[in-house]
Design a protein around this ligand. Structure first.
Ligand code: PRX
Length: 649
């Protein structure tokens, strides 16, 4: 937790930004009555949203059935998620409306209307059926950022198979683990995708993963990179070949509101990644609601661009399900923000007339480094609203974003939520909330938050633990295959409430300021990585005896992974070799920024590694009391090394 910084920020961050009159005039919400509605009766509030925003085949009988820790929403109700995202827009005469302006990294483009998307989704749903996929099965998706990723997800939803998307940057081992945990029958992947001017191979990595996945019977491969791949007879099929002969009609079958929609794996404090479960009716209600009101969506005129990858929850909720449920027009971009030049994002905004832009603080800080002259090369006057997600946004980055991307005229919504919450929980409503740079402001209508101290007592002012006090429609329904762990992880630290793992502060005006994780989960560029997982990866190298990993503050990525490693007697290994080893075990995003070799790790006399102290060393802070250490000399040696080796790549 970065207490010191946040306290500083509170000390001087006094700027406030009320919504402009011009923005308010056309805003969907411009007063606070919605908060009163949500507070008066949150179940009734969400029931009204579910009825207003979605099309149901059968009404529900109970809005929320809540037996801690199990929630069910819209019990007895039936709907089809893909029908809500596609058919109903086409049936209403909006088939020609653009769903995606797709921009490939090499500059190729595709315009995909709602009618196109429905057609492809129906065909692909029939492909899934022809490969033996039925309601209740799990399907793994390992794809670049191309429209087929969304089509694959929607086709699964159409027939009631749950998808489990694994981010394309994860390693073969990570993919294997996730496939096996979900016992998926089918893998959908691509030959490769474009990244920084080159094709990165996906099929090749998938092939490695597939050596150890007994449940997978078939693999569908989209041609994107054009790179050479080997296709295994009987198991592997080209997407375009299957689609060419697929039946174009696949009616959307009504599903139970609590039908499993997807699993998404995320890091926890201990052990293996958790398969977070999300279901249909409640999830779609809240993603549609938040996408509409947090982004003040006017679907006829807005062009929405969320820069996340579909492999993360942000991509699920704010590229696929929320925007499509609302009939929005979006930009989907495949590649990196600096190819071919540092102005690629701004060029895309200008090209498509993007009106709402949603990105992560780590990206904003990178844009700041590249300089304001990059956005200045382009006409960004179409932009009317900016969003931020994934990590605390520091006031400087917020101000830069507001000024250089928003031209000083756009509200900035800092949105706090998690894989587990499924949808945005804390955020301004841009036409109603006066924002403060760096604050996510208040819980949304219908959401209950409370800051508590160590003992679970209410905190009125100052720092505390962020808890959620009542069920919400898009909440996770559990951890796949491990109900015990679900209860234990989220509902026991503060009995009766969900603990999100984040610290926060309340200022004099009741604004929430998120402070980051209080547990052993790092947040690197907005991605959650557990210290335990990186440690296990390091220790799995034959030269390593012991490893301790901490997240240290980093000006660009929020936190950086710093590892302290003790080698086995006589063993020698290069830092780069170990970094690559972690890359192979987990994926490039988990490679430590710096690895310090040390003959010993600082431990308490009971043998616990003192991570706080290692964080202090990594961040160059003065160390406080080290008298509980078994061997204090270990630390002075580490400090000496840390000051010698600059933690840079
Ligand atoms: O620590 C919080 C941080 O990201 C965590 C959730 O990560 P993940 O499940 O990967 O989902 C990221 C995208 C929703 C949270 O526990 N976080 C997310 N948004 C914010 C944030 N921290 C501060 N401010 C935010 N706006």
């Amino acid at each position: 937790m970065t207490d010191a910084q946040a306290i500083d920020a509170l000390g001087w961050e006094r700027r406030t930004f009320p919504p402009s009159e011009a923005f308010k005039q056309n805003a969907l919400v411009s007063d606070t009555s919605m908060y009163d509605d949500g507070a008066a009766d949150y179940e009734g509030f969400w029931a009204r949203q579910a009825a207003d925003l979605l099309t149901w085949s059968k009404d529900w009988t109970t809005t929320c059935d809540w037996k801690l820790p199990a929630a069910q929403w819209f019990v007895g109700g039936e709907l089809n998620v893909s029908y809500n995202c596609l058919d109903r827009h086409v049936l209403a005469g909006r088939g020609d409306k653009v769903a995606f302006h797709f921009e490939g990294e090499p500059g190729d483009t595709r315009t995909i209307t709602y009618a196109d998307l429905l057609d492809e989704t129906q065909r692909f749903a029939n492909v899934l059926k022809s490969l033996g996929i039925v309601k209740g099965d799990r399907v793994n998706i390992y794809m670049p950022m191309i429209p087929e990723a969304a089509i694959a997800m929607l086709a699964c939803a159409r027939i009631g198979a749950a998808h489990s998307v694994v981010f394309g940057g994860f390693s073969a081992l990570s993919l294997t683990d996730r496939i096996n945990d979900a016992e998926a029958k089918l893998l959908i992947t691509a030959d490769g995708g474009w990244r920084r001017g080159e094709v990165f191979p996906l099929k090749q990595t998938a092939d490695e993963a597939l050596l150890h996945t007994p449940t997978i019977t078939d693999v569908v491969v989209v041609r994107r990179g054009g790179n050479e791949v080997s296709m295994q007879d009987g198991r592997d099929h080209w997407y375009h070949e299957l689609m060419a002969t697929a039946d174009p009609v696949c009616p959307a079958e009504p599903m139970d509101s609590e039908q499993l929609l997807f699993l998404l794996y995320t890091s926890g404090t201990t052990g293996r990644p958790k398969g977070i479960m999300h279901t249909s009716g409640g999830y779609l209600t809240q993603v549609a609601f938040t996408h509409k009101y947090v982004f003040d969506l006017h679907p006829e005129t807005d062009v929405f661009w969320c820069t996340a990858d579909v492999g993360w929850i942000t991509g699920h909720s704010y590229i696929v399900y929320g925007p499509l449920a609302n009939g929005a027009t979006q930009v989907m971009y495949e590649g990196v923000p600096n190819f071919p030049g540092n102005d690629r994002m701004w060029q895309i905004i200008e090209k498509y007339g993007v009106t709402i832009f949603y990105t992560a603080p780590t990206a904003i800080r990178t844009f700041m480094k590249w300089g304001a002259q990059e956005p200045a090369k382009h006409d960004l006057s179409s932009v009317r609203l900016l969003g931020s997600v994934g990590e605390p946004i520091n006031p400087e980055a917020w101000m830069w974003y507001q000024e250089h991307i928003g031209g000083g005229r756009c509200p900035v919504v800092d949105t706090w939520w998690q894989t587990e919450t499924g949808a945005i929980m804390i955020s301004p409503l841009p036409g109603a909330t006066t924002t403060k740079p760096g604050s996510a402001t208040f819980a949304l209508p219908g959401i209950g938050t409370e800051l508590v101290d160590e003992n679970g007592e209410h905190v009125e002012h100052g720092g505390g633990y962020l808890t959620l006090t009542q069920p919400w429609p898009a909440m996770l329904r559990g951890i796949w295959g491990d109900p015990e762990r679900y209860h234990e992880t989220y509902w026991t630290r503060f009995p009766g409430r969900y603990f999100a793992g984040d610290g926060a502060k309340l200022d004099d005006d009741g604004y929430l300021w998120l402070l980051g994780r209080v547990d052993d989960v790092m947040n690197v560029s907005g991605h959650r990585i557990s210290t335990t997982e990186v440690e296990s990866a390091l220790v799995s190298h034959p030269a390593v005896a012991e490893a301790a990993v901490v997240g240290a503050n980093d000006p660009t990525t929020g936190q950086a992974i710093i590892a302290y490693v003790t080698l086995r007697g006589g063993a020698e290994v290069d830092e780069q070799v170990l970094r690559n080893h972690v890359g192979t075990e987990i994926g490039s995003i988990a490679k430590p920024k710096a690895i310090y070799f040390t003959p010993d790790l600082p431990k308490t006399r009971s043998g616990k590694i003192m991570r706080r102290l290692l964080r202090d060393v990594a961040e160059g802070r003065n160390l406080g009391d080290t008298t509980t250490l078994a061997d204090a000399s270990v630390v002075s040696e580490l400090q000496r090394r840390a000051s010698e080796v600059p933690p840079e790549d």
